[in-house]
Design a protein around this ligand. Structure first.
Ligand code: ADP
Ligand code: MG
Length: 313
């Protein structure tokens, strides 16, 4: 039986730099990353691919905002669903072409994934995640009054809406993902951290205007399906101590205990590397076997132990 990996691909798998944001550019970047993941699959791994969607949600919100005199606006949970579909489509098509080229008999399927959050999560009392365009103060106040938005002044750059970032509690589509993997499909799921939903007393789900961290949701999925590996593919080949400073030191391997200690010493930047290391800590503490952090180009080399940062219990 093949080993199962959850591969969380970061923003650089879709947008390489500010000048390359268009859909064809995103497809090209996606195809490149999927080529490396196909190599991993050819090497014997069963893979669930998860991904971010921050910029793509931003684009939808901006379009929605610019056309609101004519069309309904798009709620945040629908932006999540739209981007899961569109990004899943890009990944499926590039994997199809890659499998054809390599003669691999595999099919990829995207699961629109809802992720349960706790309506009492303290994050709902203190929204932190900026969403949508910058606004002037009067627009911000107006939308706050009319729609209950929480808005904040962002370091002199203008006003922005902020939404809560609650912790993922349960991957609603977990059984579907598990069955697809068991049947040999490559699965694309939990895009953008999943569409956040809450459940009422009767058991009904409703989407909420919030954003779930994709690394936290990927780690939860990896634990829930008992994955053998959590691979986080991002913009750096390895994790570093004293990142960006003269005494910077790349890490080849660290234990769970070391990861926690380095985290406390502040080696991992908030909002970028820190949530990744925290997600890995969560996965390993829940019984996970191994985690790996590297960039898309180095996935195969990292799996062979030649680069990347490996984190073990
Ligand atoms: P993603 O889209 O993959 O989630 P992020 O930008 O959120 O990417 O996080 C990856 C970034 O974290 C890297 O590009 C790097 O600049 C930054 N980073 C912060 N601290 C570290 C560290 N200690 N080691 C390596 N990278 C770090
Ligand atoms: Mg990130």
């Amino acid at each position: 039986m093949n080993k199962v990996a959850v591969v969380a691909v970061g923003g650089n798998s879709l947008i390489k730099d500010k000048g390359r944001k268009s859909v064809p550019d995103q497809y090209e970047a996606a195809a490149e990353s999927m080529g490396h993941i196909a190599g991993m699959i050819e090497g014997g791994w069963d893979v669930v691919i998860t991904h971010g969607n921050g910029p793509q949600v931003g684009f939808i919100l901006r379009r929605s905002e610019l056309s609101k005199h004519e069309l309904h606006e798009v709620p945040l949970d629908y932006c999540g669903a739209d981007t899961q579909g569109a990004i899943g489509y890009m990944f499926q098509q590039s994997l199809f072409n890659e499998f054809t080229r390599r003669g691999i008999e595999k099919q990829a399927a995207t699961v629109v994934t809802q992720v349960l959050v706790d309506r009492n999560d303290p994050a709902f009392e203190a929204p932190t995640k900026p969403i949508g365009s910058f606004m002037d103060e009067s627009t911000a106040t107006q939308r706050a009054d009319a729609e209950g938005w929480v808005v904040v002044e962002d370091a002199g750059r203008g006003w922005r809406r902020v939404v809560p970032s609650p912790l993922p509690v349960r991957i609603v589509q977990q059984d579907a993902i598990d069955s697809l993997i068991g049947d040999g499909f490559v699965v694309i799921a939990v895009g953008g951290g999943g569409i956040p939903v809450v459940q009422d007393e009767a058991g009904n789900l409703t989407g909420v205007e919030a954003v779930i961290d994709k690394d936290f949701a990927s780690a939860l999925l990896a634990s829930q399906i008992g994955a053998d590996l959590l691979l986080i593919s991002t913009a750096v080949p390895q994790i570093a101590l004293n990142y960006g400073q003269p005494e910077q030191q790349w890490i080849d391997t660290m234990t769970l205990a070391e990861a926690k200690a380095y985290m406390e010493q502040g080696h991992f930047a908030k909002g970028s590397m820190e949530p990744k290391v925290q997600a890995i800590i969560n996965y390993l503490e829940a019984g996970g076997k191994e985690a790996l952090v590297t960039d898309p180009d180095n996935i195969e080399r990292a799996l062979a132990g030649e680069t990347g940062t490996r984190i073990v219990p």
